[in-house]
Design a protein around this ligand. Structure first.
Ligand SMILES: Nc1ncnc2c1ncn2[C@@H]1O[C@H](COP(=O)(O)OP(=O)(O)OP(=O)(O)O)[C@@H](O)[C@H]1O
Length: 483
């Protein structure tokens, strides 16, 4: 019989779950604060915990972290009010299986979610997730960050929240947006994309909101905007960072109220389109530079998904190449050294650039050979080598991705080893070795900090180093290397 823990300070919520779950034969424990949680978690082992975000003495995220540290196999659902949806999405990143919004208006859906978690159907739904990605030609690969990203995307797809996708050009932002649309309840409604950078201000406004006849010179007929066409579907606002400040104000109004006016119109119209916005520039930075409105960013990034650049998931290059060869219907293959060379390149144009390189190589090689060697690669790929990327401060929270760093590092050293060139820049190898030491130190520190909920002293003790060394490994400013 599954053991379920409910932590909520609203009596009615607790009573509701007690009736619902005891009726199914589950064993239910009720608590109303962090203290109750600690007492129960020491005493019993749970299969599922439903935790409210807002509690009188703590918040649900803290409890979730403790739960995952003490009873990692216990599933968790976070309960939230609409205004705390952002926190709920954070919770999924910390290991919650799902979140539910209060008040609960779809009890059947709620029961289904709970039953699926307890029956371990999560695995089956992940299977569906990979099948959907495959059907859309979206290669997920082995990279942990990409896998976490797609799992989060799949979970939030079913919720009616706006999503912001950030990532360098060509990383697959639009493909991910399509994946979210297909995984959502809106899959049978239109998915409409618009590039906010490609149109002038007036045209963009008229594309978004539509216009009335005679609204401006050239507006000979009335026209529906894409907010109207994508109603009940998904609206993909690509390069949102390029929208003018005026357009941003108008977008903000629609996002706040769901209402808008056609250009030159007076009738207030409503839209129920779900917004997925994408940007290759970092919008928080754009806010600092005053080119993007903070209130609009707040509305858009209820869920933020950042796609890593290809060079940070280079272990997946072979499977992407394989996928593109299939897509091109081509029986050729790449030689090992061609793949190795490609792994050394920085790929500023990311997956799109990779696709173009594969297409070019296939065109050149067809009729000449069945194995594509480095000779068929562009000159820049043959000459440029890529030092394994050092995780930036901004990504340090989410990465925890030691295996992928180690794979990159090993590939890099092996490529130098196997290059068989007469000259080798040994100091570069030494730099890479130094980098390896620093990064491994940092990965262990980040892991320890996660386990100690950010307590630097405790983390340093666990690692047998001083707090000062720990801060140095985190590259905190003003910390000297040695004591
Ligand atoms: N994970 C992937 N699997 C398969 N194909 C991919 C993947 N990521 C990107 N692509 C392909 O790369 C190309 C660029 O992808 P997409 O247009 O989604 O990128 P983007 O980030 O939206 O680009 P931009 O910033 O230039 O708008 C497309 O042809 C897409 O199919």
């Amino acid at each position: 019989m599954p053991n379920v823990l409910i932590i909520d300070d609203e009596r009615e919520v607790c009573t509701f779950f007690l009736h619902l779950l005891e009726g199914k034969g589950y064993c239910v424990k009720l608590g109303s604060n962090g203290k109750d949680f600690s007492a129960f978690i020491q005493q019993y082992s749970f299969d599922l915990a439903l935790i409210d975000v807002k509690l009188p003495d703590t918040n649900g995220l803290e409890l979730l972290k403790q739960l995952k540290a003490i009873q990692p196999s216990c599933k968790a659902i976070i309960m939230t009010g609409y205004s705390t949806v952002k926190t709920a999405v954070e919770a999924i990143k910390y290991g919650a299986s799902d979140y539910i919004e209060k008040p609960f208006d779809d009890i059947d859906e709620l029961e289904k979610t709970i039953e699926e978690l307890l029956d371990n159907k999560l695995h089956a739904s992940q299977h569906d997730m990979y099948k959907l990605a495959e059907a859309l030609g979206f290669v997920v690969g082995m990279n942990k960050e990409m896998n976490d990203l797609i799992k989060l995307a799949y979970k939030v797809a079913k919720k009616n929240v706006n999503v912001l996708i950030e990532g360098e050009t060509g990383t697959g932002k639009e493909l991910l947006a399509r994946f979210i649309h297909q995984a959502s309840m809106r899959y049978d409604q239109p998915f409409i994309g618009i590039n906010c950078g490609a149109l002038s201000e007036t045209l963009l406004e008229s594309e978004l909101f539509g216009h009335e006849k005679g609204a401006f010179t050239g507006a000979l007929k009335e026209k529906k905007g894409i907010f109207e066409i994508a109603n009940r579907g998904t609206l993909f606002l690509d390069e949102i960072g390029e929208a003018s400040l005026m357009t941003q104000v108008k977008l903000l109004r629609v996002l706040e109220t769901g209402e808008y006016l056609r250009v030159g119109g007076e009738t207030v119209r409503r839209t129920n389109a779900r917004i997925i916005a994408a940007s290759h520039v970092n919008l928080s930075q754009a806010v600092k530079e005053k080119t993007f409105r903070e209130d609009l960013l707040y509305r858009l990034d209820v869920v933020k998904l950042t796609i890593p650049p290809l060079r940070e998931r280079i272990e997946d290059l072979p499977v992407l190449v394989e996928h593109f060869l299939k897509k091109l219907n081509c029986a050729l293959s790449f030689s090992d050294d061609a793949i190795l060379q490609m792994k050394q390149y920085r790929w500023p144009g990311n997956v799109r650039e990779l696709f173009n390189v594969v297409k070019r190589a296939v065109t050149l090689a067809e009729g000449e050979t069945t194995i594509i060697t480095p000779d068929y690669l562009p000159e820049k790929i043959k000459t440029e080598t890529n030092i394994p990327s050092v995780p930036s401060d901004e990504t340090k929270e989410k990465e925890m991705n030691l295996p992928s760093y180690l794979t990159n590092w090993t590939n890099y050293i092996l490529s130098l080893w196997e290059k068989n060139e007469r000259r080798l820049d040994l100091p570069r190898v030494f730099d890479a070795v130094k980098d390896l030491e620093a990064q491994i130190g940092r990965f262990f520190v980040l892991k320890a900090l996660k386990e100690t909920l950010g307590d630097k002293k405790e983390a340093a003790e666990r690692l047998n180093i001083t707090v000062r060394q720990l801060r140095y490994l985190l590259k905190e400013k003003g910390t000297a290397a040695k004591e």
